[in-house]
Design a protein around this ligand. Structure first.
Ligand code: FO1
Ligand code: 5AD
Ligand code: SF4
Length: 319
């Protein structure tokens, strides 16, 4: 029997690129007030033409004390609601939220996410010196709140931003500890930092060997029920994708037409990935943005939608 590797057929919708943080590696953000937020009409046009399952709502951040914060959250809510109406399954990563904001978005998301990145406070002195929402305590608290609210959650590490292997171990151990308390972490993304054309300072890329080493450490430290995800478009060689799978990564994340975070790195086609994996004894299969063990945590209307997608996917896979 071949080993199953999953990916999520996904499309990324960006409510706004504006962000009050300035992470030095970011290729996504624009200055607050300089872009038009995505309107519901624009979103309708986009959704109309898609054949994905997941809609990843990925946003730049409006300051928590800004007068525009509630309009921003309402827009995100409305976009998720629209995606649900059109039959898609939303997953939001809009940076840190208040407890009430998170509770509100739970009603219209099948899962949510936030990268822990790295817990080390050292990074606040350089790459995160102008990014209040990258404070490790703020991000750890998000993981606790998501657990309390029973939100299936995706988090991860950003690799190659000036941290050490000991920092990885600390961050992974923190994720394990929180998961043991609430049981809500469905997957951990190991995200190799790759420089793009728009970022403030070039930074050095996370090389493939470093990623492989991180996969090995993560598989050893994380509980078995947490999946390890790697982004195939950010790994330089297909040999290294395979090496990461051999080391215990079992998911390739969202695959769609554009990687909004790293637009300079194209995804391989699904056909290429499927054939590559097949050749080496793996089976690439689509999955939903919520892992099955969490279906019972969903508000009733969302649970019904998820279950009908599961039936559809099972029929496709077995036919
Ligand atoms: O669901 C998520 N997808 C993340 N993605 C995935 C991505 O946005 C899309 O799902 C696919 O690339 C779609 O094509 C990232 C991609 C990158 O290149 C760099 C960082 C991320 C981070 C996240 C993330 O935190 N959550
Ligand atoms: C959505 C997530 O994307 C990650 N992120 C932001 N910029 C980059 C980059 N250049 N390379 C890889 N990951 C990045 C951050 O960790 C953020 O939380
Ligand atoms: S990585 Fe996220 S928080 Fe940092 S500047 Fe970019 S959009 Fe803002």
């Amino acid at each position: 029997m071949s080993v199953k590797i999953t990916y999520s057929p996904s499309y990324t919708i960006v409510p706004t690129y504006e962000c009050f943080n300035q992470c030095s590696y970011c290729n996504f953000r624009v200055q607050p007030g300089t872009d038009n937020w995505l309107s519901l009409d624009q979103a309708k046009t986009i959704l109309h033409q898609l054949d994905s399952i997941e809609i990843l709502i990925l946003s730049g951040e409006v300051h928590p004390q800004s007068q525009r914060r509630s309009a921003w959250l309402q827009r995100i809510y409305a976009l998720c609601h629209l995606a649900l109406q059109k039959g898609f399954l939303p997953h939001t990563n809009a940076g840190p939220l208040s407890f009430e904001e998170m509770e509100t978005l739970k009603q219209v998301n099948v899962s949510m996410g936030l990268m822990l990145e790295q817990l080390s406070p050292r990074l606040l002195k350089n790459i995160h010196r102008n990014s209040p929402s990258k404070h490790p305590a703020v991000r750890l608290q998000q993981l606790h709140w998501a657990g309390k609210l029973k939100i299936p959650f995706t988090t991860g590490l950003l690799l190659g931003i000036g941290e050490t292997e000991t920092d990885w171990e600390e961050t992974l151990t923190a994720i394990s500890t929180i998961h043991k308390q609430y049981g809500h972490i469905q997957e951990v993304i190991l995200q190799p930092h790759q420089p793009g054309k728009r970022q403030q300072s070039p930074g050095s890329p996370c090389d493939d060997q470093m990623l492989l080493q991180a996969v090995k450490i993560a598989r050893n430290l994380l509980p078995q029920d947490i999946a390890i995800q790697i982004p195939p478009n950010l790994v330089k060689t297909t040999d290294m994708i395979l090496a990461c799978l051999d080391a215990g990564a079992m998911d390739l994340g969202g695959i769609g037409p554009i990687d909004e975070v790293n637009p300079n790195y194209l995804h391989h086609s699904l056909k290429t990935l499927t054939t590559l994996l097949e050749t080496y004894g793996y089976r690439l299969q689509p999955r939903l943005p919520i892992y099955p063990q969490y279906d019972n945590w969903l508000p009733h209307p969302l649970k019904k939608r998820v279950q009908s997608w599961r039936t559809r996917l099972n029929l496709e896979i077995t036919s």
